[in-house]
Design a protein around this ligand. Structure first.
Ligand SMILES: [Zn+2]
Length: 543
């Protein structure tokens, strides 16, 4: 069945504690959701804040191919006739084809929060829905606190839906606003509503009981054809139903059509894009789209996955645009290492003994605190060195780095760092000794400059390699400032990126190991790409 998708990342999603989007971000996200094939994009509440008002003003220039932009707001205030209610006027002014309007379902809320009679509340709903329909809008009626309201007073809860329906609402959306309803109860209530109302029913679930996705799926099974949620499950308190999981489950498990199989392959990219703009890391464990969703660590799992991926994967990772990963860890078995060797195209180059030695070395380094799961570059270096033990692009003779603070100078540039870092590096390259000294904005920067200067005359292509990120993690807090640290450095050569890792009690030494490994790896890769004849002309490789 065709199930309509309603994304509220830009409205309910931004009510999540750590989520904030600028107007520019919101416009980019709206375009991304449109590309993904979402049917409705709820952009915000134009009556509630200037940012959302600006969004709707600028969104008129968006060229959405498929999605219908939706403005969100409340039923009219009790004291205002609908024609003069400013919130309702803002909704019309937002000029969107669709308006979602929420009204009270729960008698307790009507009497306590609004302080009006139940009959008056029904009028607020029908007046507002009717007015928006008279202005030619498609109207999604959000029945706020529907499930709690139904439990408290089912007759009145159903009358609120009836009021919206009679006034012309196109969708009656049942909201589990507090997120407290469990799937079996929710299914019973949705089934009762389905039996009483024709037309499109919707579902809007919050995740306070960790079952927002399950509730959404159960609602669909009970006859709902309009699903609301947020990508990555952002949203107020514990979040909204995670639309990534809702879409994937509906499409891949339940045989329904949402965005369709082709667009579903953009799901992981869209989830990452939105996480990036939210400046929140996409959780590795996030179902379907997280980087661990199809990652295999245990050796037995890996050997089975290599034979047939379906043994430990519930769907094909490509169906949602994700990929299978095999992790190296102290759970590593031979299968993991073999998998990586095949991926690097080095399968035939490494004899059995060397493979065994490599596995032992990986396990030992992991015990010391190395993490190859994030630093695949360091693993690749170990493999390539094991395959070509005769090749040493360079040897380290010495390095030295010092940082000093000198406040005696009066000519300091305002805003600049007061400390100065200088480094000296001496390498042996092809039997010749190269030494360079440089200053940098910190020890890693100064050492990186020196290393490149030492290597540049022999290996000019190394100039293309750039450091893009640097992270330090303290391993075990017990040792205080004496703790071991793990340094992760990310690199790019404009074509691909990789990470290397160094571990030591000394943060400079750990950084140095990660720096040296990255450049060694790049030099070994370059050598393998060089045809034999030209390599001897361009570079004096020490073989
Ligand atoms: Zn909500």
């Amino acid at each position: 069945m065709r199930i309509f998708t309603f994304d509220t990342t830009l409205r309910d999603g931004t009510q999540g504690e750590s989520v904030s989007f600028s107007v520019d971000d919101k416009l980019l996200i709206a375009e991304k959701l449109d590309e993904l094939g979402i049917d409705y994009i709820e952009g915000g509440w134009p009556g509630s804040n200037p940012k959302d008002k600006e969004f709707f003003a600028r969104a008129k220039n968006l060229r959405l191919k498929h999605a219908k932009l939706t403005a969100f707001g409340a039923t009219r205030f009790a004291k205002n006739p609908v024609e003069t209610d400013t919130n309702v006027a803002e909704l019309i002014a937002a000029d969107t084809p669709v308006i979602s309007i929420f009204g009270k379902t729960w008698d307790f809320h009507v009497e306590r929060a609004l302080g009006i009679t139940l009959e008056e509340n029904l009028l607020l709903i029908s007046d507002t829905v009717g007015y928006l329909k008279a202005h030619g809008r498609e109207v999604v009626y959000d029945a706020e606190h529907f499930f709690d309201g139904y439990v408290a007073n089912p007759v009145f809860a159903l009358r609120t839906l009836e009021a919206a329906k009679q006034a012309g609402a196109d969708v009656l959306c049942l909201c589990d606003t507090n997120g407290g309803t469990l799937p079996h109860r929710l299914t019973e209530i949705v089934s009762d509503v389905r039996a009483r109302f024709d037309g499109v029913l919707g579902i809007h679930c919050h995740n306070d009981s960790e079952v927002a996705v399950a509730n959404t799926l159960m609602a669909v099974e009970a006859g709902v054809t309009h699903v609301q949620g947020c990508l990555n499950g952002y949203g107020e308190r514990c979040g909204n139903a995670n639309l990534c999981s809702v879409l994937a489950n509906l499409e891949l498990k339940l045989g329904h059509t949402t965005v369709g199989p082709d667009k579903l392959q953009h799901l992981t990219a869209a989830a990452k894009f939105i996480a990036e703009l939210a400046n929140l890391p996409l959780k590795n464990e996030q179902a379907y789209v997280g980087s661990s969703a199809f990652a295999h660590k245990g050796g037995i799992h890996v050997s089975a996955v290599l034979k047939d991926a379906s043994t430990y994967e519930h769907v094909k990772p490509e169906s949602v645009g994700n990929r299978q990963r095999v992790l190296l860890s102290d759970l590593s078995g031979r299968s993991n290492v073999n998998y990586k060797l095949e991926k690097l195209g080095l399968g035939e180059h490494l004899p059995k003994d060397a493979r065994h030695e490599l596995l032992q070395r990986i396990k030992m380094m992991e015990h010391e605190g190395y993490d190859f799961e994030t630093a695949e570059g360091t693993f690749e270096l170990l493999v390539r060195q094991a395959a070509h033990p005769e090749f040493h692009p360079f040897d380290v003779v010495s390095y030295e780095v010092s940082t000093k603070l000198d406040r005696s100078k009066t000519t300091r540039v305002p805003g600049s760092d007061e400390s100065i870092t200088a480094a000296t590096v001496t390498l042996r390259v092809n039997g010749d000794v190269h030494s360079h000294t440089a200053t940098g904005s910190g020890p890693v920067h100064a050492l990186d400059i020196c290393l490149r200067q030492c290597l540049a005359s022999v290996y000019p292509a190394i100039a293309d390699v750039r450091l893009t990120d640097y992270k330090v993690r303290v391993l075990g807090a017990k040792g205080g400032t004496e703790s071991k640290v793990r340094v992760l450095v990310e690199w790019t050569d404009h074509r691909m990126s990789w990470s290397t890792v160094g571990v030591s009690n000394n943060v400079i030494e750990a950084s140095w190991r990660a720096l040296v490994d990255a450049l060694r790896l790049e030099l070994i890769r370059m050598r393998e790409k060089q045809p034999a004849a030209s390599s001897s002309r361009d570079y004096s490789w020490a073989v």
